[in-house]
Write a protein that binds this ligand. Sequence first.
Ligand code: CMP
Length: 172
Amino acid sequence: MPKLYQIPAFADRPLEATPNTIGTQGEFSQGAIEVAQRTFSIVKPDAVRKGFAGAILAEIDRAGFQIVAIKKQSISKQQAKGFYAVHAGKPFFDGLTAFMSSGPLVLMVLEKENAIADLRKLMGATNPASAEEGTLRKRFAGSMTENAIHGSDGEDTAAFEIGYWFAGYELI
Ligand code: CMP
C-alpha cells in the first residue's frame, strides 16, 4: 500500500519534479508525495572489509530497489548502542555494538513496493548457516554477528532507523 510522506512547505516547484515520486494514481494533498515503501539497510563492516559492498549493492539494484540515500562512514560504539537499543541487555549486545563500530559501513535508505519484506527475503536468515542458497547472507556473511547486511524488520523499525541515520533533507 503506497504511503504518503510529508515534505516541507518549500515546494515552489511542481510536485512532479520532486525525485522519487511515484505519483501516478490518487490525488496528492498539498505538501505530500506518494512513494513506494522505504526500508533502511546497512552493509556491515565485515562485508565492507572483505570488498563485498559493490557486489551487495549490485544485487540490491538488480532486485529493483531505488537508492534514496546512501553514505559510507564509521560509527562510534555509542551510536551503535543507540541504533540497536532494542537489543540492550542481550548477551550478544556488547559484541554486536563493538563489531558495528569496528570499521566503515554503508548506510542506505531503499525504496520499492514491499521494500521491507523483499529486502529481508534477499538478505536471508540472520544466521548465515541457516540462510537459503542465493541470499546475500549465504553468499557474503560469516557468522550471526558478522552477517554482512542489516535490513529493517517492520514499518515502525524502518521509520526509526531511517530517522536515526538520515536527516529529512537527505531523503528528498
Ligand atoms: P541485524 O539484522 O543487524 O539485527 C540485529 C543483529 O544482532 C543481527 O543482525 C545479528 O547480527 C545480531 N544477532 C541477533 N541474534 C544474535 C545472537 N543470538 N547472537 C549473536 N548475534 C545476534
